[in-house]
Design a protein around this ligand. Structure first.
Ligand code: MN3
Length: 235
């Protein structure tokens, strides 16, 4: 067994109109698949054989992270697995039969979550949190990710960080967060391949829009998963 590409919980056009089907297809079956293939090749060179449920142990192994191919592709595999997992199609409005952007604050299944209550307490509102994540995502020069991390021992403590390339807050990198305490629960890909077909250079619009695709119940599952990702994100 090797690392493998997880399936999406929605169809390739399921995130439209916010993320178009072509972007999902290319991003998932070509970009993410390439990270998986290259990670398996890099592991084979080191005589390592691991599967998806062991990805966290790879990211937290400082010797493996010193290998650029394993760091870049291992990060790529984890980061994209999280990204696909926490997204969901827009809810369909019964009035128009079209997907609607619903503010998470108006959804009681979201606001009843303890982690969401903690985020509202800390940031004032989810809308403020979105604005902060968008601002940080815009500041990340070139390719990288913007993350929301929540303290594993205190669900009312969170931080927003960005990383370059396919780095990740769990990697114990100098200047990054202490991965023993902080669980990344939302990771938003700000590589141009994530949005360029529809948004071109308008990264802010992509960052504002993707907010409406976030599945907070899955974000909650990620927070509560001891292996960094729930099994549903890995198969
Ligand atoms: Mn990507």
């Amino acid at each position: 067994m090797n690392f493998s590409l997880p399936n999406l919980d929605y169809s390739q056009n399921g995130l439209e109109p916010i993320i178009d089907a072509d972007t999902v297809r290319i991003h998932h079956t070509l970009h993410h698949q390439a990270y998986v293939t290259n990670l398996n090749n890099a592991c084979k060179e080191q005589n390592i054989s691991k599967t998806n449920t062991e990805i966290l142990s790879v990211l937290q192994d400082s010797q493996l992270m010193a290998n650029a191919a394993i760091r870049n592709n291992g990060g790529g595999h984890y980061n994209h697995s999280l990204y696909w997992y926490i997204l969901k199609p827009l809810s369909i409005s019964s009035a128009t039969s079209q997907g609607e952007k619903i503010e998470p604050e108006s959804d009681s299944s979201v606001t009843s979550l303890v982690i969401v209550q903690g985020l509202i307490q800390q940031h004032g509102s989810l809308s403020n949190l979105k604005d902060k994540m968008t601002a940080e995502g815009l500041k990340r020069f070139g390719s990288g990710w913007v993350w929301l991390c929540i303290d594993k021992t205190n669900e009312k403590s969170s931080m927003i960080v960005t990383t370059p390339n396919q780095d990740n807050p769990l990697m114990n990198l100098t200047g990054s967060v202490d991965s023993n305490n902080w669980q990344p629960v939302i990771g938003i890909d700000v590589w141009e391949h994530a949005y360029y077909l529809k948004y071109q250079n308008r990264r802010k619009e992509y960052l504002d829009d993707i907010w409406y695709l976030i599945d907070w119940n899955k974000v909650n599952d990620v927070y509560n998963s001891p292996n960094g990702l729930p099994n549903g994100a890995l198969d």
